[in-house]
Design a protein around this ligand. Structure first.
Ligand SMILES: *[C@@H]1O[C@H](CO)[C@@H](O)[C@H](O)[C@H]1NC(C)=O
Ligand SMILES: *[C@@H]1O[C@H](CO)[C@@H](O)[C@H](O)[C@H]1NC(C)=O
Ligand SMILES: *[C@@H]1O[C@H](CO)[C@@H](O)[C@H](O)[C@H]1NC(C)=O
Ligand SMILES: *[C@@H]1O[C@H](CO)[C@@H](O)[C@H](O)[C@H]1NC(C)=O
Length: 221
């Protein structure tokens, strides 16, 4: 019989990387006669009996696991399919068992975003819509405007306005990584991308995906 337990611990990992599934609190290995880790509460993937070496029964995790003395289970070569719940079963000398749950989430590394700009307007009022996309779900997008005023404690700040060449960065992140791409604005109304390719026309923008994140109104005097 297991004890009731609080919220499972959460662990994030990146595809191809390593995750450490830690027990909830520091463990005294001598306290338990045997412990094992189970995947989705079904398949036993690592076992250690007191005083013995760990064993790793056949499973899709075999060859990628290392069970430490402190009951931490190290898993490497992570893949998206490894995202699941793992349970640590601790059995003491009286046969009493306690269970802890760790939820592993494996994420892809964020690829380089694709950015594009569509402009409307003229030299007096250059309106632009900047778009940014990656072929990956569960990411957050952020547009970082140019740093206009340098950060310092000086009471005097010198700024120059013209000609204003300004770079906007789109940063895309998930819990394990981030990536970015930039667009540079040049007066009166042009935008260039990362490889100095002139940016998308409206029809090409459709192919970029439908994530329009920022609507910029640039009034150029
Ligand atoms: C357990 O030991 C391993 C290897 O020494 C270490 O990497 C890991 O952080 C330890 N876990 C905890 C919860 O201290
Ligand atoms: C630019 O955007 C402003 C505000 O949405 C709009 O009033 C104006 O007509 C736009 N100009 C052009 C040329 O599209
Ligand atoms: C600002 O410009 C003035 C005149 O060119 C110069 O003397 C001063 O050192 C500058 N200040 C800063 C903080 O760069
Ligand atoms: C963009 O990515 C580069 C590495 O590719 C990094 O050095 C830089 O700090 C990132 N910029 C932002 C604003 O996240």
């Amino acid at each position: 019989a297991g004890k009731a337990e609080p919220q499972p611990l959460e662990v994030n990992g990146a595809v191809g990387g390593v995750a450490l599934l830690n027990p909830r609190s520091p463990q005294d290995p001598s306290e338990y006669s045997q412990i094992h880790w189970r995947w989705e509460n079904k398949v036993t993937i690592a076992i250690r009996k007191r005083g013995q070496k760990p064993r790793y029964p056949q499973s899709s995790f075999e060859g990628r696991l290392e069970l430490f003395e402190n009951h931490t289970l190290k898993m490497r070569d992570l893949s998206i399919r490894d995202s699941s719940e793992f349970h640590l079963y601790l059995e003491d000398d009286t046969g009493r068992e306690s269970v802890q749950t760790v939820r592993l989430r494996v994420y892809d590394l964020v690829p380089k975003p694709r950015v594009g700009a569509t402009t409307s307007g003229d030299a007096q009022h250059c309106n632009a819509t900047l778009s940014c996309s990656v072929a990956l779900k569960g990411v957050t997008y952020e547009w970082i405007p140019p740093q206009k005023v340098p950060r310092n404690r000086d009471p005097v700040v010198n700024v120059s306005f013209n000609p204003a060449v300004e770079t906007y960065v789109c940063r895309v992140s998930n819990p394990v990584s981030s990536n970015n791409a930039s667009l540079t604005y040049r007066p009166p109304c042009s935008w260039t991308g990362p490889s100095s390719v002139t940016c998308a026309t409206p029809s090409a923008l459709v192919a970029l995906g439908h994530l329009v994140l920022l609507f910029l109104l640039l009034a150029v005097a």
